[in-house]
Design a protein around this ligand. Structure first.
Ligand SMILES: CC(C)(COP(=O)(O)OP(=O)(O)OC[C@H]1O[C@@H](n2cnc3c(N)ncnc32)[C@H](O)[C@@H]1OP(=O)(O)O)[C@@H](O)C(=O)NCCC(=O)NCCS
Length: 412
């Protein structure tokens, strides 16, 4: 007998895929003449995944989706909606999603599109997919939502240590095997702000970093109030709180705001009691699920869902039937706060979800290689021929150049 009600909707399958290279932030700090403690403790990051020019938004999305479909035994023919949330598009017109559709061999009876709103695009895709299923239009089919991005800031800028790359694929369905999302408690927020943007003429993002932190926190307050009401007390019922993670320390700032909302007054971190409260609550509800984010760095649209994968690989058994909160923020800005319930048998999938083996096989880049990848990446969109072997890549699907203005992908 299955206890999950037919009306429940949420995340039925998930997987992460990232590039093969990564950079240790202690090496970056040494190269930039910065105290490594600023990156390691100040930002909470250890390493960041670095994409080579042959690993783009499309190839990362396909790798994550391939993994989710096969690990959870889902027939690609059952996918009726494919949405790729990304802020690293490869074309002004043609969506990443349609390349992914072909490379995954999905049915032509499928609605396919790309969503863009900085780091918020995948959450927009997730809630749109839930609406598609609830409306009856899905007719038994599932939605595949992929968050795929390469976070790139200029060399030597404050944002440089908050880069990363990777994709998270989610399958949205009724009676989900991982996480049910409560459609009656989803709160949204939108406001036009210039906290982070990437104009058409620039490969790297521009950010007013400290302002973006304030925008993020204000969006959390507003989206949470929209979901559950401004005075609602939630934390006692939540096993975990997951946030958008541009860098690991940001989730601590977010959780501090969450605690302040609950008690209706700011925390004074000069006071022992308040400092202890934040350390204890953050250490229990937030910090344990940020291991993957600390190793992989910022993956923009996917960073919230990377924290979810981390939670499910470590604690799905303990948290079966328990509620968690999820907060997605995209600069510019748009945000959603919602509540989910971990499925009773989610722990059956903990090892299928766990990307630890892949992370252990990553290649550590030195600063020279990292800067070469960045430099070559600047001209990759117009390069006619790129050789994956030149970037240490072996098996996999890779972008190999643009001929007649058409991007080419090869599975090696
Ligand atoms: C996040 C960002 C603004 C930080 O920029 P910065 O001005 O270089 O860094 P800061 O001086 O604020 O230092 C960052 C943290 O490290 C701490 N720190 C600095 N030097 C340190 C050292 N030697 N040892 C330990 N910690 C240190 C700071 O106190 C700060 O922590 P706090 O925020 O808890 O006070 C920058 O990385 C950025 O612009 N990122 C991109 C935008 C972004 O991620 N926005 C987030 C919302 S989406």
């Amino acid at each position: 007998m299955n206890a999950r009600p037919e009306s429940s909707v949420g995340i039925d399958a998930a997987a992460f895929a990232g590039p093969r290279g990564c950079l240790d932030l202690a090496d970056l700090a040494a190269a930039r003449g910065i105290d490594p403690a600023k990156f390691l403790q100040g930002l909470g990051q250890r390493r960041m995944a670095i994409a080579s020019p042959c690993e783009d938004t499309v190839s990362l999305a396909v790798a994550a989706a391939d993994r989710a479909l096969s690990a959870f035994d889902i027939d690609p023919g059952d996918i009726g909606t494919l949405i790729v949330g990304t802020e690293t598009g490869v074309d002004h017109s043609k969506p990443v999603a349609v390349y992914v559709h072909e490379l995954l061999g999905l049915s032509e009876r499928c609605r396919t599109f790309e969503t863009k709103h900085a780091c918020y695009g995948a959450m927009a895709g997730l809630t749109a997919s839930m609406d598609w299923i609830a409306s009856g239009r899905a007719r038994g089919r599932k939605a595949l939502v992929i968050a795929s991005d390469i976070a790139r800031y200029g060399l030597g800028t404050p944002g440089e240590p908050t880069q990363g790359a990777g994709a998270v694929a989610l399958v949205i369905d009724r009676r989900p095997r991982l996480l049910t999302i409560d459609p009656s408690r989803i709160g949204d927020f939108t406001r036009q702000v210039m906290d982070f943007w990437r104009p058409l003429y620039s490969k790297v993002a521009f950010a007013d970093g400290h302002y973006s932190i304030r925008c993020y926190l204000d969006a959390l307050t507003a989206a949470r109030a929209d979901a559950v009401g401004p005075g609602a007390e939630l934390l006692d019922d939540l096993a975990a709180c997951l946030y958008h993670v541009p860098f690991v320390k940001m989730a601590k700032k977010a959780h501090q705001r969450h605690l302040e909302i609950e008690r209706g007054a700011p925390l004074d971190l000069e006071r022992d009691a308040d400092r202890h409260l934040l350390a204890e609550d953050h250490g229990r509800r937030v910090a344990p699920w940020l291991e993957l984010n600390a190793e992989i760095g910022n993956i923009y649209t996917g960073s919230l869902f990377l924290a979810l994968i981390d939670l499910l690989r470590q604690a799905a058994d303990r948290f079966a039937g328990r509620s968690i909160s999820l907060f997605s923020y995209g600069s510019g800005c748009g945000a959603t706060f919602c509540l989910g319930e971990v499925a009773e048998a989610a722990s059956d999938w903990s090892s299928a979800l766990d990307p630890a083996d892949d992370l252990a096989r990553r290649r550590m880049l030195d600063i020279t290689d990292y800067e070469r990848f960045v430099r070559d990446g600047e001209s990759a969109d117009t390069a006619e021929s790129l050789d994956p072997a030149a970037y240490g890549l072996g098996e996999g699907l890779f972008y190999v150049g643009t001929v007649d203005h058409q991007r080419r992908y090869v599975r090696g």
